[in-house]
Design a protein around this ligand. Structure first.
Ligand SMILES: [Mn+2]
Length: 270
C-alpha cells in the first residue's frame, strides 16, 4: 500500500490545450499554470496531468515542437524536486511517445488505471472513447494509433503538418465549445439525472458496479467541473485550464475542487 506523507497532497489537472487559440494567449495560460505549479510545489507529493496538456502534440525522432520552454522547465523542476509527475495521454496528445518520459521524467499512462493513493482506491482516465456509443471516434482513435499512419505523418514537413493538425483540432474544439455552451444555456449540468445519463458517468457507474471498493474516479476530457456520487464512490471531472482553471486536491482523505486565480464560488453547481 502506498502512503501519503503527513501534510502532503496529490493534485490533478487536465485539458489545458496549450497552443490555442494563438501563441500569445496560450502563453498567458501557460504562465498561469506555471504560477499554479509554484503554489502547489510545497505540499505536492504527486501531480497527475490527466490529458490534453496540448491541443496538438507530435514528436519526431530528433525534433520536438517549438514553444513551451517555461512550462517544461517548471515541470522538470518539480520532478527534480522529487515530486512524481504522472501523465495520462488524452485524445489531443495521444502522439506523445517518449519525450516526456525521457526528457522530463514523467511517468506515462496510455490506458485507464486503478491506483491506490494513500489508503484510497482510485480509477483514473482521461475519458475519451469510454462508455457506450461514440463509435466514429473509437474508429478514428484506431486510425491515429496505427504505427503506419504515424510513420506517414512523420514524413510530412512539420510546419505543414502542425498547421493541418491544429486546423482540425480547432474545428472539433469549437464544435465542443458550441455544444457545451448549449448545455450551459439549458442548465443541464446542474441536473444530476442528465449528467448521469452521459457517457462518462455511465462508464463510471459500470466501473463502480464491478469494483465496489472504488473510492474516487477522476477524469478529464469533459471541460466541465463535475462531482457525482455512485454509492460510496465519488466521481469527478476536473474541468479545464481554458475557462475554469480548475483542479482537484486529494489530502489523503477527500478530494476537493478548487480554481486558481479566479473568483471564489465559481462552482455553484458542486
Ligand atoms: Mn480536452
Amino acid at each position: 500500500m502506498s502512503t501519503l506523507p503527513a501534510g502532503k497532497a496529490i493534485y490533478f489537472t487536465s485539458d489545458h490545450h496549450f497552443g490555442i487559440p494563438d501563441r500569445e494567449r496560450s502563453l498567458q495560460r501557460e504562465l498561469r499554470f506555471v504560477r499554479w505549479l509554484g503554489q502547489i510545489a510545497p505540499d505536492a507529493h504527486q501531480l497527475y496531468i490527466m490529458g490534453d496538456l496540448f491541443d496538438f502534440w507530435f514528436e519526431y525522432r530528433t525534433v520536438v515542437p517549438r514553444g513551451y520552454a517555461l512550462l517544461f522547465g517548471a515541470l522538470a523542476e518539480m520532478v527534480q524536486n522529487g515530486i512524481e509527475v504522472h501523465y495520462f495521454r488524452g485524445n489531443h496528445d495521444m502522439w506523445a511517445f517518449n519525450y516526456f518520459e525521457q526528457e522530463l521524467g514523467f511517468t506515462m499512462h496510455r490506458h485507464p488505471e486503478f491506483k491506490t493513493l494513500g489508503s484510497k482506491n482510485f480509477y483514473l482516465a482521461h475519458g475519451d472513447g469510454l462508455g457506450p456509443g461514440d463509435r466514429g471516434y473509437k474508429l478514428l482513435k484506431k486510425v491515429f494509433a496505427s504505427p503506419v499512419n504515424q510513420w506517414l505523418f512523420r514524413q510530412l514537413h512539420p510546419d505543414f503538418s502542425f498547421r493541418m493538425a491544429l486546423y482540425w483540432s480547432r474545428r472539433s474544439r469549437y464544435a465542443n465549445i458550441a455544444r457545451e455552451g448549449m448545455e450551459d444555456a439549458r442548465g443541464c449540468y446542474l441536473d444530476e439525472q442528465w449528467l448521469k445519463a452521459e457517457r462518462l458517468p455511465r462508464h463510471a457507474a459500470a466501473v463502480v458496479e464491478q469494483n465496489p471498493d472504488t473510492h474516487f474516479l477522476v477524469f478529464g476530457h469533459w471541460h466541465l467541473p463535475v462531482h457525482l456520487t455512485f454509492g460510496q464512490a465519488h466521481y469527478y471531472n476536473i474541468g479545464d485550464w481554458i475557462s475554469w482553471f480548475s483542479y482537484l486536491r486529494f489530502d489523503g482523505n477527500s478530494v476537493k475542487h478548487h480554481a486558481f486565480e479566479t473568483e471564489s464560488n465559481v462552482f455553484p453547481h458542486l
